[in-house]
Design a protein around this ligand. Structure first.
Ligand SMILES: *[C@@H]1O[C@H](CO)[C@@H](O)[C@H](O)[C@H]1NC(C)=O
Ligand SMILES: *[C@@H]1O[C@H](CO)[C@@H](O)[C@H](O)[C@H]1NC(C)=O
Ligand SMILES: *[C@@H]1O[C@H](CO)[C@@H](O)[C@H](O)[C@H]1NC(C)=O
Ligand SMILES: *[C@@H]1O[C@H](CO)[C@@H](O)[C@H](O)[C@H]1NC(C)=O
Ligand SMILES: *[C@@H]1O[C@H](CO)[C@@H](O)[C@H](O)[C@H]1NC(C)=O
Ligand SMILES: *[C@@H]1O[C@H](CO)[C@@H](O)[C@H](O)[C@H]1NC(C)=O
Ligand SMILES: *[C@@H]1O[C@H](CO)[C@@H](O)[C@H](O)[C@H]1NC(C)=O
Length: 629
């Protein structure tokens, strides 16, 4: 089910909602039906407002937390506040001075209030307030051996009221769960887990597909993923498979996939250089393939298998090198590990129906693929490699629901919040994923969304537009350029997504020149304008206005133009939350201190005037900050 939120101009009377045609065609499933289960409407204020009319739309307790400076773990409570004054009401009906939002409750105490600095009539703000559970008065007296005051148990249902500048907003009490209980096995516990703030704020990640498939690194560009080489070689194993034909011609029929092992050398790979690259391109996290569908692991798989890079190929623990280098030299990066749940041809795996008659080097006889391979391997990624993210692939049979609770509790005890994507085969996930369309692998690319998707999501694609793994058949000029990558990033971020751009290193660990140069150019742009990306929230009213995209922070509004602002002018007819006196600047080279002129015209059009000499020093996307004053 998909929850969809849409802003409606609250100065107008809603008389009807026209739904799309009952059936819509989709490349993925043919025809889909749209069923609407419920619609919630928020009323506008009936009065002619001369002051903001703030109304709480929702209060939701989360399992996210922040560790405060004194070490306190504050639970985050999300509060959605509307200014239900009409959008056409004048400035007097806007919030223009800081409003402090907190919670009052018998069971929780606010330790981290939120501040709203600006809220226009008809607009909405989502804020988080940090709370800790209170101590119950007196009760401790009766419990022998415990301190006099007992904290309210984590997980206690409680009521809260919202206060504005210390005054309760209304008598309305909201239900929350006070405190974050330990996780336990069971969907009702798992489903309370959600995407962490670091992931919401990171916005840009670097994906790496690297393994044995980087040696042959071939398919007809644009037809298949090159990392599926072994699969497409044998499915079908005849002349109708281009990979089968290619393999026969280049390597001969007697050359098995595992014969590629020695050519996966990694001899040009340096983990510190790699994590430096991640930082230089402006990514806040990376996700590296620890084991793809061919079953070859880049980490120490212990007793579960010998099919890994410690025993074959480079004879190195590549994942350990990367995690250590990140920890030592780029500790601000979050570390993600990709893990394919199935192996196509593992002798103990149900997928082996179509297995070619080839060796499965390094296979260790096991009773049960899930218990003896998947479980210990995932646990190694959690506890030995301390991943911040499990980026599963494929889904299907899984052990994650049985082992995730211990992982979450263990990470939390160290103040860390770990996440898992939506391809782990579980009934729970922390965020949705979408992959790029490739013929033969057709999937919805969610960056085509026109409005924000409320559930956190991440879109991934290759810098080779057709493949995640390196493909020798893709000409360098076909690779994604900086313009494309930056505009995709900005578009996705304006709709509440993260963008995970992929590179496919060669067998020796080199990043091919077109990926390297375009990503480094993206990094240069992010150094200059990244504040309009990292840590931002989408704008409730609209994500886009033709080539403009919008992002917000508590103290500023950002406008990003995906095309060159002709004549140096940015204009929009949308009800931007900006008032005279707000300070506009261009986030360009050395221009961030130069204040720009802007105005609302008489017919309500926002016009911003930038210096073209400054604009021309920047390429691809032009970002403006308008700080609330
Ligand atoms: C709805 O479908 C009908 C029949 O396919 C088509 O004629 C019509 O233009 C569609 N309407 C919209 C709004 O797409
Ligand atoms: C290749 O194998 C597939 C599946 O077995 C079969 O459908 C197809 O006809 C074969 N094509 C050729 C050219 O032999
Ligand atoms: C690594 O491999 C690439 C592509 O195969 C090659 O061009 C490059 O020279 C190699 N680098 C080193 C240091 O071996
Ligand atoms: C990272 O460094 C911290 C201390 O700075 C240490 O506790 C942790 O075990 C390290 N993790 C890895 C994977 O090296
Ligand atoms: C996989 O193949 C092996 C050998 O052909 C067979 O013994 C085993 O039962 C198969 N496993 C599954 C799960 O089908
Ligand atoms: C998902 O939920 C269904 C229905 O409760 C249950 O049968 C199934 O085992 C669950 N799957 C997983 C992987 O936990
Ligand atoms: C960048 O790639 C896009 C297509 O993704 C293309 O339209 C554009 O011309 C390219 N820009 C440059 C400078 O090559």
């Amino acid at each position: 089910m998909f929850t969809f939120q849409h802003h409606v101009d609250n100065a107008k009377v809603l008389t009807g909602i026209i739904m799309p045609n009952q059936t819509a065609s989709s490349q993925l499933t043919g025809t889909v039906s749209i069923h609407v289960f419920a619609i919630t409407l928020v009323s506008a204020s009936q009065t002619t407002a001369h002051a903001p009319v703030l109304a709480v739309q929702n209060v939701r307790s989360t399992t996210k937390f922040r560790v405060l400076e004194d070490g306190t773990e504050a639970q985050l409570i999300e509060i959605t506040i509307d200014n239900i004054a009409p959008s056409t009401a004048g400035l007097a009906a806007w919030v223009t001075a800081p409003v402090t939002i907190a919670l009052e409750s018998p069971n929780v105490e606010t330790v981290m209030p939120a501040t709203i600095m600006r809220l226009r009539g008809g607009d909405q703000a989502k804020v988080v307030v940090g709370v800790v559970n209170k101590c119950a008065q007196g009760e401790g007296d009766r419990i022998e051996g415990h301190s006099k005051r007992q904290a309210i148990t984590a997980g206690t249902p409680s009521t809260v009221t919202v206060t504005l500048n210390g005054t309760p907003m209304s008598d309305r009490a909201w239900e929350i769960v006070a405190g974050i209980p330990d996780y336990y096995v069971g969907d009702e516990s798992l489903r309370t887990h959600e995407s962490a703030e670091w992931f919401d704020d990171a916005k840009f990640g670097l994906f790496v597909h690297w393994g044995i498939y980087s040696v042959p690194a071939w398919t007809i560009s644009g037809t298949q993923y090159a990392e599926w080489y072994w699969y497409f070689q044998h499915n079908p194993a005849n002349a109708s498979s281009a990979v089968w034909t290619h393999h026969k011609e280049v390597y001969g029929e007697d050359f098995f996939y595992d014969d590629f092992f020695p050519y996966f050398t990694a001899d040009a790979f340096d983990a510190e250089e790699f994590v430096q690259f991640v930082a230089d391109v402006g990514a806040k996290y990376f996700v590296i393939t620890t084991k793809h569908h061919d079953g070859f692991a880049l980490f120490d798989t212990g007793a579960s298998s010998n099919r890994n890079s410690l025993n074959y190929g480079p004879k190195r623990d590549l994942v350990a090198e990367i995690m250590l280098a990140a920890n030592n030299t780029q500790p601000q990066l979050h570390r993600g590990l990709y893990y394919s749940l199935p192996e196509w041809f593992n002798p103990s795996n149900a997928y082996n129906a179509s297995a070619p008659k080839e060796p499965y080097t390094g296979y260790v006889e096991v009773d049960d693929f899930l218990q003896d391979i998947m479980k210990p391997q995932m646990e190694a990624l959690f506890y030995n490699y301390e991943t911040d993210m499990l980026w599963c692939d494929v889904g299907g049979d899984t052990v994650l629901p049985a082992i995730a609770p211990d992982w979450f509790n263990w990470a939390r005890s160290a103040g860390r919040q770990v996440v898992a994507n939506a391809r782990c085969g579980a009934n729970y996930s922390d965020f949705d994923v979408s992959l790029v369309d490739v013929p033969g692998h057709v999937r919805a690319h969610a960056s085509r969304l026109r409005t924000p998707k409320l559930r956190k999501w991440e879109s991934s694609e290759g810098s080779d537009p057709y493949s995640y793994g390196y493909n020798q058949d893709t000409p360098y000029e076909d690779y994604r350029n900086a313009t494309y990558i930056l505009r995709s990033l900005v578009d996705i971020v304006s709709k509440n997504g993260n963008y995970l751009i992929d590179i496919g290193p060669t067998a020796n660990g080199t990043i091919v020149p077109p990926s390297r140069s375009s990503l480094l150019a993206v990094g240069e742009w992010l150094k200059m304008s990244g504040e309009a990306i990292y840590g931002t929230k989408y704008w409730y009213v609209a994500a886009e206005d033709s080539d403009l995209r919008f992002t917000t922070k508590a103290d500023a509004f950002y406008i990003l133009s995906l095309s060159y602002p002709e004549g140096g002018v940015i204009s929009s007819s949308l009800p931007l939350p900006l008032k005279q006196g707000d300070k506009a600047t261009f986030l360009g080279i050395d221009s961030a201190e130069k204040e720009l002129d802007w105005q609302w015209t008489n017919d309500g059009v926002f016009m911003l005037y930038a210096d073209e000499d400054d604009l021309k020093q920047v390429e691809d996307v032009w970002a403006f900050r308008i700080a609330y004053v």
